[in-house]
Design a protein around this ligand. Sequence first.
Ligand code: HEM
Length: 261
Amino acid sequence: MSEFKQTFNSSLGKKLIMALTGLFLCTFLIVHLGGNLQLFSNDGGYSFNVYANFLTHFPPIEVVAYLLYLSILVHAVYALVLTIHNRKARPVGYASVSKSKVTWASKNMGLLGSILFLFIVIHMSDFWYNYKYTHSVGYKEYRTDLATGKTTWVDFTPSTTDFEKSVSVVNDVEIVRVKDLHAKVAQSFSNIYYDVIYVLAMCVLSFHLMHGFQSAFRTFGWVHKKYTPIVSFIGTWVFGVIIPLGFAAMPIFYYLQTIIK
Ligand code: HEM
């Protein structure tokens, strides 16, 4: 077996792959949160729907998306393999464990990761799968007066089932017709039980990332007096607080809108 293959089949190699895929997933979450912030725009879902259409029709992004699905699978499978391997190698727990680095999250990464994996499966089947592969998502027509910038919108029914998007300009009015994923998101988030699941999943995400982000750097051996506190700060505040809070704010915002209406 080549040295390269041997490294990646060893426990350290598997941990390195988990760290690499984990950091890639962290990067995705920043982009995903940034894009989804458009759910807060008061424009009838116009910017969000155009963005969702762009994501699913721009070939370079589609390639990155397949890398993302692969990373989720590899990260989950390697976590499982490493857990089984560690249990076999150490059937009896440690007699004493250094308390300094052992947090509740670090001891429960497998459980937290499994819950997140389940969340991702439910989440993708509801939004991503329905958007791409079923006809359960409707359409909207947006008319923007190019002189005033004012946009109005109505539901729209295309004449063909494979319609995705069209843009035209008539009498200084831009007409954009596009799949209405925004309505699907709003409909899902109008359900309180669904929102509770989302908010709880974001608590799980917070614990998983707070430990996972910093742990990836330790796996790479990047431990440094000056830089480790920065990694720890980013892990705690960006990945443990801001990102999960940003995601949790979306179902809460949509639920509040349904009860205020
Ligand atoms: C409440 C917050 C969230 C909302 C509103 C949301 C919304 C969406 C929507 C509408 C899609 C389909 C279209 C798109 O790709 O943008 C999607 C895809 C996806 N979401 Fe989320 N999401 C949220 C949180 C999360 C979290 C926390 C994770 C991971 C832990 C996640 C993982 C994914 C993945 C892996 C996809 C497929 C990506 C792709 O194919 O490009 N989402 N999300």
